[in-house]
Design a protein around this ligand. Structure first.
Ligand SMILES: O=C[C@H](O)[C@H](O)[C@H](O)COP(=O)(O)O
Length: 224
């Protein structure tokens, strides 16, 4: 199976996972990226059953609206029942690296609100130790050099993501050569650097369930 077919399979599996749990007033949080896009497309034929969604990026909001799916501001809903999103890496504790598409901050906010975070990914994303994927850090533009120097002190190799401005008007530094042995501590440490908005480690709020696309079918993983 190709990577795209595995992503398609997990998008369908996420739909099946939530379908039996949908209530009249369910609020769905929708992530960002190629896997989340496939989920949005899979959701479209069922839009009559969707009362409200909130999106973790302008791109996803636009895609939802193009299907006629109602999108709300997060401040206009009192809860998010399920958050469905992809990841760049996941470990067995369902701690993640996210932000390859620069949407990490809004993703982290929606995930923080969500009652259940359902991560969907193909099996190339499952790793023993997070950090082979360069860690995205969203930074206030004027703090770029300061934050880069602090990230070097932490042992990483930050690279400015040229030409990318986040939905929040900020820039991204991708930290290379940075094995993350202690995701919780590292997430907090980087977030404590002045000028950092947030970083792409999701350990304070990991996923609740990982639907993993493999050649032998979609596996449902819970945190070990
Ligand atoms: O900012 C982007 C997100 O964190 C995505 O969820 C992540 O990059 C995975 O994207 P994809 O499903 O395209 O691999």
């Amino acid at each position: 199976m190709t990577q795209d077919e595995l992503k398609q399979a997990v998008a369908q599996a996420a739909l099946a996972y939530i379908e039996t749990k949908l209530e009249d007033d369910t609020v769905l949080g929708i992530g960002t990226g190629s896997t989340a896009n496939l989920f949005i497309d899979a959701l479209a034929p069922h839009k009559g059953r969707i009362e409200a969604t909130v999106a973790s990026s302008e791109a996803s909001a636009e895609r939802l609206r193009s299907h006629g799916i109602p999108v709300f501001d997060l401040n206009a809903v009192d809860r998010v029942d399920f958050y469905i999103d992809g990841a760049d890496e996941a470990n067995r504790a369902l701690q993640l690296i996210k932000g390859g598409g620069a949407a990490l901050t809004r993703e982290k906010i929606v995930a923080a609100v969500a009652r259940e975070f359902i991560c969907i990914a193909d099996d190339s994303k499952l790793v023993h130790t997070l950090g082979a994927f360069p860690l995205p850090v969203e930074v206030i533009p004027m703090a770029r050099s300061h934050v880069a120097r602090e990230l070097v002190k932490l042992g990483g190799d930050p690279v400015y993501r040229e030409g990318v401005v986040t939905d929040n008007g900020n820039i991204i530094l991708d930290v290379h050569n940075f094995a993350i042995a202690q995701p919780l501590g590292t997430e907090e440490k980087i977030n404590n650097i002045t000028g950092v908005v947030t970083n792409g480690i999701f350990a304070l709020r990991p996923a609740d369930v990982l639907l993993l696309g493999t050649a032998s079918g979609v596996k449902t993983l819970y945190a070990e």
